[in-house]
Design a protein around this ligand. Structure first.
Ligand SMILES: [Zn+2]
Length: 168
């Protein structure tokens, strides 16, 4: 069981996983165009090389503070499969999950969690309350942080730069 993010480089990855990352980044860019914080999550099976859910933040659009990409992706995958446990599936998300999403990922029993950028302020995996290291946490996915980190960070920083620009 791992609660700390492992080092994992893009060179270690197969074409399918790279495709998953590209899909997530595209979806995150789409969120940015809707004036949402550009974060997206993809749930997939590495065995069948199938993507079963893609979601990006919709908190503004839905007026829903819980409409984070990871929550929406878990809901969508669970509804599609008609099951509450996603044990055969992995998630890639462009930003370290917050405590709410880290908990939802645990509830969904996702096998692996890959994330892009680290979130020092809002993250709940490697920062803050570190959900998976908590004694009350019942299930911990395998965690790989910093996957395509630079691309995810660039997208987030360009969004926040634009926001600051609009304030002037
Ligand atoms: Zn979240």
């Amino acid at each position: 069981m791992t609660s700390r993010a492992k080092k994992y480089t893009l060179d270690d990855m197969d074409t399918f996983l790279k495709n998953v990352i590209d899909t997530a980044l595209k979806s995150a860019k789409n969120a940015m165009e809707r004036n949402e914080i550009p974060v997206a999550a993809v749930i997939f099976s590495p065995e069948s090389e199938k993507i079963i859910a893609i979601a990006s933040n919709r908190t503004e659009q839905d007026h829903d503070p819980t409409a984070h990409a990871e929550i929406l992706a878990v809901r969508s995958a669970s509804a599609l499969l008609r099951q509450t446990r996603l044990t055969d599936y992995d998630m890639y998300v462009t930003l370290e999950p917050c405590p709410m999403c880290a908990t939802a990922i645990s509830f969904a029993r996702l096998r692996r969690l890959y994330f892009g950028a680290y979130d020092v302020k809002g993250g709940g995996v490697d920062h803050g309350c570190r959900v998976y290291r908590n004694q009350t946490n019942l299930y911990t996915p395998e965690v790989y942080g910093g996957i395509a980190q630079t691309r995810c960070e660039e997208l987030l920083s360009s969004f926040f730069k634009t926001l600051r620009g609009n304030d002037r």
